[in-house]
Design a protein around this ligand. Sequence first.
Ligand SMILES: [Zn+2]
Length: 446
Amino acid sequence: MTRRLYKPFLLYTEGTFKENQGIVTDEGEIREVGSFTDLSKKYADSELIDWPEEIVVPGTVNAHNHSFQSLLRGIAVDQPFLEWRDQSLYKYSPYLKAKDVYTGAVFAFGEMMKYGVTTVCDYFYVHNEGIDSDEAIIQAAKDVGIRLVLARTMYDWEGAPSGYVESVADATANVKYLAEKYAADDMTTIVPAPHSLHAASVEMVQAGHKLAQELDTNFHIHVAEEPFEVGQIKKDHHMRPVELLNKIGVMDDHRTVAIHCVWLDDHEKELMGENQAKLVYCPSSNMFLADGVTDIPALQKNKVDIGLGSDGACSNNRISVFEEMRMCAMLQKVNTLNSLAVNYQQVFDMGTVNGGRILQLPIGTIQAGYKADFLAINSKDISMQPITKSYEQILPNIVYSMQPNAIDFVVVNGEVTVQKGKIETIPENKIVTDVQNLMNHLEGKL
Ligand SMILES: [Zn+2]
């Protein structure tokens, strides 16, 4: 890899926008950030990347996605949750071979990277071809050039399509195999992900937690997305979902990354904080599926670390973390009738630095020692205006007004993967053709 010296118009570092800054990248990492004049002397032999109109910010972290769901975008929309699930996910999933999962992942990763995602956590559970289906996701991320956390799902509820379902022993062995295989891979991280308390047995959830301890990772789980899960857990266990997680011993060592948490009561919110559990919040998906509104201010008050996820593209239906920043702030304001409920700085942090912390990777901030994952936003783009000399508007405009076409360049692991708004690694027209061919083929089979 070549050492590069980037010279943007403005650099977002230490919470402010600074002029005359440079970023030195080498071997996929940020070596140094500081005065461009100093760096250009110290690293005189670097390749210079001059971006005189660009504002450089950290790459965004999409901490929850299901890439295969991009293929199902626009199908069975505007339905209640269970009908949507049956007519879209369950109907198509049995037909998805590993090569189709690859096509879906290239599609999802390509689109989100173009719109500023440099790391995605893909929560993957369609194992029609076992481990080969997981390998298809990993290969897709490598070919697109995006950093991947594979939340490798552990699922044993028999009511789902058979490709989702594994025994506790098989699921554990498969996650472990992948984690060990990719342990030294800088671009791929494997974490156990028992699907949820309604789709994974207590034994499966405990096995996922135990494996997370063994691998020293977090584990991800969907929690209380819909009232039906709360009702079912209350009926079967006489307590609420987070109380059950706590009771079965999987909450007490800071490893829990809970997705959604829409339907928590006050005690559960306290338990989240006491156990240093993390939340990945997916506001657009919660709105799209009419799930409800997660109480972000209360969880913040309980000191829960919060990141953002797009969720699958068939329940959003955009896949951009900037979109989720905007939606989070707006939804929380209107839900509380308080314009101060969540602010632009907080949501920007959720989509960048918090996401990095939650995924336990050195990403989400532009500092020496972190991964060279960042974006360049065109300061002349009309959706970014106005920008005055104080630069006061820049961060609010990124969160509230920026359109995705303002993103000119994306750098992942020190490589430019989006150049002047175009995906460099795989031609966009090829992605589109492959998706259309696959979906026509699947439609013919139904
Ligand atoms: Zn999900």
